[in-house]
Design a protein around this ligand. Sequence first.
Ligand SMILES: Nc1ncnc2c1ncn2[C@@H]1O[C@H](COP(=O)(O)OP(=O)(O)OP(=O)(O)O)[C@@H](O)[C@H]1O
Ligand SMILES: C[C@@](O)(CCOP(=O)(O)OP(=O)(O)O)CC(=O)O
Length: 431
Amino acid sequence: MAAAEGQWVLMATGRSPTNIAVIKYWGKRDEALILPVNDSISVTLDPDHLSATTTVAVSPSFPSDRMWLNGKEISLSGGRFQSCLREIRKRARDFEDEKKGINIKREDWEKLHVHIASYNNFPTAAGLASSAAGLACFVFTLGKIMNVKEDYGELSSIARQGSGSACRSIYGGFVKWCMGKKDDGSDSIAVQLADETHWNDLVIIIAVVSSKQKETSSTSGMRDSVETSPLLQYRAQTVVPSRVLKMEEAIKNHDFESFAKLTCADSNQFHAVCLDTSPPIFYMNDTSHRYVLAVHWLGILIISLVEKWNHSEGTPQVAYTFDAGPNAVLIAQNRKTAALLLRKLLYYFPPEDKDLSSYLVGDKSILGDAGLHSIKDVEALPAPPEMKIPDQKFMGDVSYFICIRLGAGPKVVADESQALIDAVTGLPKGL
Ligand SMILES: Nc1ncnc2c1ncn2[C@@H]1O[C@H](COP(=O)(O)OP(=O)(O)OP(=O)(O)O)[C@@H](O)[C@H]1O
Ligand SMILES: C[C@@](O)(CCOP(=O)(O)OP(=O)(O)O)CC(=O)O
């Protein structure tokens, strides 16, 4: 296996982005293989602010497979992690590092165990698609260390078995997950519609409402919807197929009007399906006490603000979309509109602690474009004219805003000092 048998630790580190669906995946036709009831389309988000970083280490001295997530050991025994490990191991190829004297034959990979450490640079399990970034990174980095052929379609179908939406995080830019028809799922893969440079005017602002873990997981929520919602059947069979075609055209032609209308309509229909589920799922809020009203209100306020603004301009300026949580994802057609949007949002949701710069993460320069240099500028903001509730403000309801652009797909982190595992002990750094 190697010159100094048992003495070496081989490592690879990867970083993968999250994605936000503009045509939603909601419902499986096969729970084990994670095969969806409809196609979906997403945009990949800038990994600098929303990504998972994963280091995989392999050594003949490891007695078992182990994993740590955000510094805490988690079990790898779940079916989803096991499916991804099995599928990657099946495709592992010979590997040689002459300098380190490591030579691994294809068949050796079955006997070698892995240590995996992963870290999300944003809240886990709070509706910001940590499972998408996490499972895409898991598969991508395992694929790298095991020298799996770089077939992104195939990698996406393996990531899909970790978490459906993860298959779309295998690419940057605009991505479509084709539901496929085959029972074995081999044609249920993601494809890139256009890379992140294709439509680089778009600016994304996310209102992060809660970093608390959500109540109903997407997995169980969509299972209940499949079993009980008549609207889901109609959506999957009739609405989504034509929406997907229109969305592909909108992306190809940089047609923001169509893109925004489809995005908002699809988010609203996804939440309508959640309400049509028995018992109903309320994702745009959270079921804890006083918080319910605040967060539910926030979603409604943001939808109403965007709808009224778009209507008053005669053409859509911004699209909104909400996943399985209360965070609002707003896509502006360009930087100028994003700056105007930020002024409207900060009017209603000013920061609690007067520190403007930590209230907006990501591209902070948008604050300058919005003419917001200090908290005084926020306090002096005029009420959005299109709204009829000028006197109300909701300080403290938004934890922070993120301003980002579309991003690239998974990448290898070549700088070994950034590995999350210690090359000598084979354990996560800092343990
Ligand atoms: N970096 C990671 N590496 C491996 N697995 C991860 C990682 N991050 C999250 N996960 C897995 O995803 C689970 C969280 O997924 P969940 O769907 O509940 O939340 P979410 O992805 O943040 O929200 P949503 O998918 O609804 O947007 C974690 O419990 C863990 O199993
Ligand atoms: C609302 C969604 O974000 C649902 C994502 O569901 P997951 O991919 O998290 O579910 P599993 O496949 O069961 O892991 C919409 C979307 O991303 O398309």
